[in-house]
Design a protein around this ligand. Structure first.
Ligand SMILES: [Mg+2]
Length: 304
């Protein structure tokens, strides 16, 4: 399925050239036009170039993907600016110890964002993974965190949203599972994308900042102790509550968990999810997981 049409095309041209040369050897009398130059032989590398994955085509290339992102940024900004005018009593961060939101008190206002596929599109390594047929490679990603400055692009509407939030007195904060060992690279990457200043330990929180690994709950609690968080955004359920992050659950059960009360009221009203059809635990499931039996249908074979 991921075999390249480019490679197939070259192979076809090579076969056609062979067939042509076989024919011309039998014609000895009439001078014939010289055969077209033989195409360069397809190297093993070009013959195996995979096609661009559908999720990347949609997210990184399509108008629909860009518009969906910008709509979400527009909704988030409008929501946050309205909330800032009438200070809310509650943060949108849940205290996992009590199951209730953290209190805002008189803390300064903030909005919390995941970084990857929320503030920035990581087009550089995603292209590389696709070209080399890998879904992910930790060593390559580590290099990207260190050296990707200038190559990661701000997602559509992100720069305008950061500007509008800051102008309204709402501080953007990033809470990402990029490594704390690569803090300088991530600070520079976000700034170079035009998103402004995110400072490690102040407005940038990274994996390794505490002892809880990839769970962002403790970092969220740290942020909520200092800030009144009025909006939160991410592309994975773990960007909102680690309790949603259950890749072992069948997809429909995982979906029901994240959409059940009391969290159902937060989606689009404090919590904002960006579509990511490229990677993450959302992308899985067999036929039995995705298609309930009552929806099964098939055409009448032979009817055209
Ligand atoms: Mg992300």
């Amino acid at each position: 399925m991921r075999q390249s049409t480019i490679g197939a095309g070259r192979a076809g041209a090579a076969l056609a050239a062979l067939a042509l040369s076989a024919c011309t050897t039998t014609v000895v009398e009439a001078p014939a036009a010289p055969p077209p130059p033989a195409p360069a032989p397809a190297s093993a590398e070009t013959a195996m170039v995979p096609t661009v994955p559908m999720g990347q085509q949609w997210l990184y290339g399509s108008a629909e993907g860009a518009i969906a992102v910008r709509q979400t940024y527009g909704g988030l900004t409008a929501y946050a600016l309205a909330k800032a005018k009438a200070r809310p009593a509650d943060s949108v961060i849940i205290d996992e110890a009590t199951g209730k939101p953290f209190a805002c008190g008189n803390k300064p206002l903030a909005a919390v964002f995941d970084a990857d596929e929320t503030l920035i599109w990581n087009i550089g390594p995603m292209r590389w993974f696709a070209l080399t047929g890998k879904e992910f490679d930790a060593k390559t990603w580590d290099q990207w965190e260190k050296t990707g400055t200038g190559k990661a692009v701000a997602m559509p509407g992100a720069v305008e949203a950061m500007q509008a939030l800051r102008a309204a007195g709402i501080t953007p904060i990033a809470n990402t599972n990029r490594s704390s060992a690569n803090a300088a690279g991530s600070e520079q990457t976000l700034a170079a994308a035009g998103l402004g200043t995110f400072k490690h330990g102040d407005t940038l929180f990274l994996m390794g900042d505490d002892a809880t690994g990839s769970s962002k709950d403790q970092r969220r609690a740290t942020i909520a102790a200092r800030w009144c968080v009025i909006a939160m955004a991410g592309d994975q359920l773990g960007d909102f509550r680690n309790g949603f992050n259950k890749p072992e659950l069948p997809p429909l059960q995982r979906r029901a968990l994240a959409m059940a009360a009391p969290y159902d009221k937060l989606w689009g009203q404090g919590w904002f999810l960006f579509a990511n059809p490229v990677y993450g635990p959302s992308i899985r499931g067999g036929y039995d997981d995705i298609f309930p039996p009552e929806t099964h249908w098939q055409p009448n074979q032979g009817a055209e």
